[in-house]
Write a protein that binds this ligand. Structure first.
Ligand SMILES: *Cc1c(COP(=O)(O)O)cnc(C)c1O
Length: 420
């Protein structure tokens, strides 16, 4: 099933066919990548509007181009909704994506060569938290904390010791492969002790926070950085939020420090997503994401899978496939052929290489957006189990069988924005 794109089909049938193929792929497959989601038809429409045609460097009421009668209102609406939803004094909705949003934080609070601290990428952190291959690790001195090998959890004694020894200007908490609740008050205490700015990078969990399914970093973190396209279910974009005292520094860092004109069609779609996230139904959604992840984790444990930290508190499950004797990449590629889209991922203390690691990372935001509930999680775990077994045996027939079973359930649960 594909959506009508009459103008695109007439002008560029080749590209229109590719869009149709992607629509079909998204409709038929079970998307378990925890950083992905399906936006609503309303968010899709907003992000494809003529707002795209307007330049508006600066901020509402302080622009460098005329003709901002409407754009100023759009941006003010998005900002007001962000402030109301997250309970913050200041919001900047202009960062192009999560990585530039984080870069703006560095620009606001540190100078090149300064020490910054974040979680190591292979432990579940993000590239932009000071990891070596990232500009943030090349231009700043990144010191990195991890999780304990025995528990898979952050060791706050280790974090405190490292912070007091290294005296970072900025401490990042949050990450990309953390299946457990982030203890914002504990990080805030450490940041206070060493005089660092605490940045809560909630890119993965912003929707859970908005829906009351994860504790809020407000008022503990000095700055909150988030993408808008993961659990928050908005367009690809980002936001920076803070108390009023940091507003000026953050705004200056985003523009003119780092970016030129904001992507106004994205700002509009962020406003729509924030409106959707403020509805009672979104609270239900966020709770269901977590309930589904818990049920899926239980079902996987029942089938003998090894989960980092033993389970999950949020939307994400990190599986160590070492006991199954199937490398993460082999499993991920086989599951993809079975219509189950995951990503291979390092696990903490992974003896294998990042491009060929031991684990896979899965999550429930997308399947919950399609209306799947805890009653479906045994079937999902079963498919993963059979898929991983088939991967080990190179059993393509078994993968094809799973693919058709998956497609059948997916056709009964059309994705938002694709329901056509
Ligand atoms: C996804 C993510 C980012 C980066 O977002 P992009 O939009 O991909 O640049 C930053 N930090 C965390 C914790 C993330 O999960």
């Amino acid at each position: 099933m594909t959506l009508p794109h009459p103008a695109l089909s007439a002008t560029d049938p080749e590209l229109a066919a590719l869009v149709g193929a992607e629509e079909q792929l998204q409709a038929e497959t079970l998307r378990l990548i925890p950083s992905e989601n399906y936006v609503s038809a309303a968010v899709l429409e907003a992000s494809g509007t003529v707002l795209q045609n307007k330049y508006s460097e600066g901020y509402a009421g302080r622009r460098y181009y005329e003709g901002q009668q409407v754009i100023d209102q759009v941006e003010r609406l998005a900002v007001a909704r962000a402030k109301a939803l997250f309970g913050v004094e200041h919001a900047n909705v202009q960062p192009y994506s999560g990585s530039p949003a984080n870069l703006a934080v560095y620009l606001a609070f540190a100078d090149p060569g300064d020490t910054v601290m974040g979680m190591a990428l292979p432990m579940g952190g993000h590239l932009t938290h000071g990891w070596g291959v990232s500009a943030t690790g090349k231009w700043f001195r990144g010191v990195q904390y991890g999780v304990r090998q025995d528990t898979g959890l952050i060791d706050f004694d280790e974090v405190r010791e490292l912070a007091l020894k290294e005296r970072p200007k900025i401490i990042f908490c949050g990450g990309t492969a953390l299946p457990r609740t982030i203890d914002f008050p504990a990080f805030a205490e450490i940041a206070r002790e060493c005089g660092a700015v605490l940045v809560a990078d909630v890119a993965h969990i912003a929707g859970l926070i908005a829906g009351g399914a994860h504790p809020s970093p407000v008022p503990h973190a000095d700055v909150i950085s988030t993408t808008t396209h993961k659990t928050l279910r908005g367009p690809r974009g980002a936001m920076l939020m803070s108390r009023e005292e940091h507003a000026k520094a953050l705004d200056k860092a985003v523009f003119p420090g780092l970016q030129g004109g904001p992507h106004n069609q994205t700002t509009a779609a962020i406003a729509v997503a924030l409106h959707e996230a403020s509805q009672p139904s979104f609270r239900t959604y966020a709770q269901s994401v977590v309930a589904n992840a818990r049920a899926l984790a239980e079902a996987l444990l029942d089938r003998g899978f090894d989960l980092v930290s033993g389970g999950t508190d949020n939307h994400l499950i990190l599986m160590d496939l070492t006991p199954k004797e199937v490398p993460g990449k082999v499993a991920a590629k086989a599951l993809d052929r079975a219509g189950i889209v995951v990503n291979y991922n390092t696990v903490p203390y992974d003896p294998r290489k990042p491009f060929d690691p031991s684990g896979i990372r899965i999550g429930t935001p997308s399947l919950t957006s399609r209306g799947l509930g805890t009653e479906h999680m045994a079937a999902v775990a079963d498919w993963i189990d059979r898929g991983v077994t088939a991967a080990g045996k190179e059993d393509e027939q078994a993968l094809a069988t799973i693919r058709s079973e998956v497609a059948e359930l997916m056709s009964a649960h059309p994705a938002p924005g694709l329901a056509g």
